[in-house]
Design a protein around this ligand. Structure first.
Ligand SMILES: [Zn+2]
Length: 258
């Protein structure tokens, strides 16, 4: 009785493990999608910031250009004024004033030329930024399509597994199922496991000979003392166990049988 009931739940367990694996894959793919989108949006943001920085620099340049023009007009005016002056003191005073204006203008022109250099450098940088944004955008579109397709495939596979699981659950023992489901929720791993080489194959801790004997009898549910998983005796459930115990363990058993 218990043997048959466990067989059904083991079958359900395999579906649940598949679902856990699928959901993990889906989470990974979604994280990848977010990372790609973040990188692309970050580049886009950098482009926008750089563009507004350049606009600001150009605005500053225009203001200084205006100031230079004003200073030029001022110098010309002073020169005209100077040409009409008769007194030497006045003439000298105007010479001082004109040279002060010229100095100021030269300083502004230097600033302006630095600004133009900076604008040119920033525009080069922006050009590179834009081209890497464009290529990232194209790449990410491609990758997004792939990821979305794989998520759809995961969803379809999940749907199938769940449908099968629901069918199986109809025949499942109503007393074992809630226990199994609670354990699965805690462990996110197989919770009905065979005893192998006197060990719990869930937590790999040794069990006593007495414990093994009780499990072998298969009269009632026996839990691992260490990890609370449900134990079964694999030879009693041989056909299901093929799916549960993989690779090395199977080979070991065959070697023993020979
Ligand atoms: Zn255990």
């Amino acid at each position: 009785m218990l043997r048959e009931a466990l067989k059904v739940v083991l079958d359900i367990q395999e579906r649940d493990i598949q679902m856990i694996r699928l959901m993990r894959m889906k989470r990974e793919r979604l994280a990848e999608l977010n990372r790609i989108r973040f990188l692309r949006d970050d580049l886009h943001h950098q482009v926008l910031v750089k563009e507004s920085e350049i606009i600001e620099l150009k605005k500053q340049a225009r203001i200084i250009e205006g100031e230079v023009t004003e200073l030029m007009t001022k110098a010309k005016k002073l020169e005209t004024q100077q040409s009409g002056v008769k007194k030497v003191e006045e003439f000298n005073a105007l010479t001082h004033e004109i040279s002060a204006v010229e100095r100021e203008k030269a300083a502004k022109e230097l600033r302006l030329s630095d600004l133009f250099d900076k604008v040119a450098a920033e525009e080069d940088f922006l050009k590179n930024l834009k081209s890497s944004f464009e290529s990232t955008k194209q790449n990410s579109e491609q990758i997004e399509v792939e990821i979305k397709a794989s998520i759809e495939a995961i969803n379809a596979e999940g749907k199938e597994i769940m449908a099968h699981r629901m069918e199986l659950a109809e025949d499942a023992d109503p007393e074992i199922m809630p226990i199994y489901e609670k354990l699965l929720q805690n462990k996110k791993d197989r919770v009905i496991v065979p005893i192998e080489n006197r060990c719990c194959s869930g937590c790999h801790i040794m069990v006593t000979a007495q414990h093994e004997n009780i499990v072998r009898k298969g009269e009632r549910l026996i839990f691992c003392e260490h990890c609370s998983r449900i134990h079964y005796w694999h030879e009693a459930l041989a056909p299901v166990e093929e799916a549960v115990v993989k690779g090395g363990a199977r080979r070991r058993r065959h070697a023993k049988a020979e």
